[in-house]
Design a binder for this molecule. Structure first.
Ligand SMILES: C[S@@+](CC[C@H](N)C(=O)[O-])C[C@H]1O[C@@H](n2cnc3c(N)ncnc32)[C@H](O)[C@@H]1O
Length: 431
C-alpha cells in the first residue's frame, strides 16, 4: 500500500535517529518510489518545522508516550495536516488509521483512530493545556530556545519565529553568463513571478524545482540565500590575488568569489564526495576554466596539501550547527544535541588557528557560519583575537535593509527588506 503520510513518518523517524532530512527522504523514495514525492517532502518538512507543538499535542492525548517511534511520527504527520493544512480532517484521519493498521501493526489502528478523533473533539482544551509549554510554542528543543534567548535578548522571539516559516527560493545571478535584467525578463516571459533582491539576487515568488527555471542548464544563476550572497563582497577579492576557500563544498561561495575577479583559487574541503558538487556547480556556471584547484583535505592540517605560499584572502566558512538556516533545514533543530555546540566550537577554533598561519601579512580572513549561536560566532572571534596579537577585526559595512548586529545577520521572515538566513561574518586583517 502506498501512503504519503507513512513515507513522511519514516523520514521523520530517520531524522530523529540522526539522519539528515534530505538523505532520509531519498531513502524513503528508494523504498517506495511514488509520484507523490513532492507531497511527502512537504509533509516531512512541515512536521519537522512544527514538531515541538505536535508532540506536545500528542502528549495530551495519550496516557503514556507511544513507544513505537514510527507510529508516533505517523501521528505527528497527521496532526501537522490537521493543524497547519487545509486537508479535510476525515481524510487525514482515515489515511493515518489505514497506514497504522497496514504498515505498523493492525492493533495500532484503534489507538491512532481514538487519538486523532479525540484531538478533533477537544482541540481547544488541548491547545489551552499546552499554552505555557515553550517547546510547543516555538517548536524548538528547550536548550535551543534557552540559548537563543540568552544570546539575543532583544531578538530571540523574531529569530525563533523566522526559523519556522517556509523559505523563499532565492537565486544569485551568475554574471559570467547573464545579468539580472535579462534573467528577470526570461522568467517573466515564461510566466514566472520573480523580483530583484539584494545586490545580485532574485526571489522566485512560488518555489519550484530549480531545474525547471529558464537558464538553469545554461548556468544563468546559482541557488543561494541572500545572506550567503554577502560573503564574496565582504571578502573583497581583487585581480591577481591568491585565495583559499577553506571549507568550500558544495561551492556556493566558491562560484561567487570566482565570479568577482581574476584570482588564483584553492577550493578545499574535507569531504571528497561533496567536492564533486563543487566541480558540477563550476561546470554548470561556466567557471571551470578559471584558475581554480579543487583539493580534498583537512583545513586544520595544511601540511598535507599547502605549497607554502601564503594567501591574500581566506574564506573560512566553517562547519557549524546551521542554527541560522533552520527554515531551510528544519531537521537541524531535532538532529543536534546541546553538546554539539561545544564540539563545533572546538573544531572552529582549530580551523581558525590553522588558517591564520596561511594568511599573508596584510591579508584578510573572512570567518563565516550559518549559525545564530554566539558560542560559534562572536565568542570564537573574541577568543581568537585574544590569542593573536597580529589580528585586527575590521568593521563590516552592510547595505540598507540588511538586519544585523555585530556581524550577526538576523534571519528574516518573509516580507522583510533583505530576506536572509541567519549568517555570521567576521573579517579579520593580519597586521
Ligand atoms: C558550511 S559548509 C560550507 C559551505 C560552502 N562554503 C558553500 O558556500 O557552499 C562547511 C563545509 O566544511 C567542510 N569541512 C568540515 N570540516 C572540514 C575540515 N577540517 N577541513 C575542510 N573542510 C571541512 C564540510 O565538509 C562542509 O562542506
Amino acid at each position: 500500500m502506498h501512503n504519503e503520510q507513512m513515507q513522511a513518518a519514516r523520514a521523520v523517524t530517520r531524522v530523529l535517529e540522526g539522519a539528515q532530512l534530505r538523505t532520509a527522504l531519498a531513502e524513503v523514495d528508494a523504498h517506495d518510489a511514488s509520484r507523490g514525492q513532492a507531497f511527502v517532502q512537504e509533509l516531512a518538512y512541515g512536521t519537522l518545522r512544527h514538531l515541538g507543538r505536535l508532540e506536545a499535542i500528542a502528549g495530551q492525548l495519550v496516557r503514556k508516550p507511544m513507544s513505537d517511534a514510527l507510529l508516533r511520527a505517523l501521528v505527528d504527520v497527521a496532526l501537522y495536516q490537521l493543524e497547519e493544512t487545509r486537508a479535510p480532517a476525515f481524510a487525514v484521519v482515515d489515511r493515518a488509521v489505514a497506514a497504522a493498521g497496514t504498515l505498523v501493526r493492525p492493533a495500532a489502528k484503534p489507538l491512532v483512530n481514538a487519538l486523532l478523533r479525540r484531538y478533533l473533539r477537544e482541540r481547544d482544551a488541548v491547545n489551552a493545556a499546552i499554552r505555557d509549554n515553550e517547546v510547543a510554542r516555538w517548536s524548538y528543543p528547550q536548550w535551543w530556545i534557552d540559548r537563543v534567548r540568552r544570546d539575543h535578548p532583544d531578538d530571540w522571539m523574531a529569530i525563533l519565529d523566522a526559523g519556522n516559516v517556509r523559505p523563499p527560493l532565492t537565486l544569485r545571478v551568475n554574471r559570467a553568463v547573464t545579468e539580472r535584467g535579462a534573467l528577470l525578463d526570461a522568467f517573466h516571459a515564461a510566466g514566472i513571478d520573480a523580483q530583484a533582491a539584494g545586490a545580485a539576487g532574485v526571489i522566485v515568488a512560488e518555489p519550484r524545482p530549480v531545474g525547471d527555471l529558464p537558464g538553469f542548464a545554461a548556468g544563468a544563476f546559482a541557488v543561494q540565500d541572500l545572506g550567503a550572497q554577502l560573503a564574496a563582497p565582504l571578502l573583497g577579492v581583487k585581480d591577481g590575488m591568491r585565495v583559499l576557500d577553506a571549507c568550500a563544498a558544495p561551492g556556493g561561495k566558491t562560484a561567487h568569489v570566482l565570479d568577482d575577479a581574476d584570482i588564483d583559487l584553492i577550493a578545499l574541503d574535507l569531504d571528497a564526495e561533496r567536492l564533486e558538487r563543487v566541480r558540477d556547480n563550476l561546470v554548470r556556471l561556466r567557471l571551470s576554466d578559471r584558475r581554480v584547484r579543487i583539493i580534498a583535505g583537512d583545513a586544520g592540517r595544511p601540511d598535507a596539501w599547502w605549497d607554502g605560499r601564503p594567501f591574500d584572502r581566506i574564506l573560512l566558512d566553517v562547519p557549524c550547527t546551521a542554527s541560522g538556516v533552520v527554515r531551510r533545514h528544519p531537521d537541524g533543530k531535532w538532529r543536534h544535541r546541546a553538546s554539539d555546540v561545544d564540539r563545533f566550537a572546538r573544531e572552529q577554533a582549530r580551523l581558525l588557528d590553522a588558517a591564520w598561519a596561511l594568511l599573508a601579512p596584510g591579508g584578510k580572513l573572512l570567518y563565516a557560519t550559518c549559525s545564530v549561536f554566539t558560542a560559534e560566532n562572536g565568542d570564537r572571534i573574541d577568543a581568537f583575537l585574544r590569542q593573536h596579537s597580529d589580528a585586527l577585526r575590521e568593521s563590516l559595512m552592510f547595505a540598507d535593509g540588511v538586519a544585523h548586529r555585530d556581524g550577526q545577520l538576523l534571519p528574516c521572515s518573509s516580507g522583510a527588506g533583505h530576506n536572509q538566513d541567519g549568517f555570521f561574518y567576521a573579517l579579520v586583517a593580519r597586521r
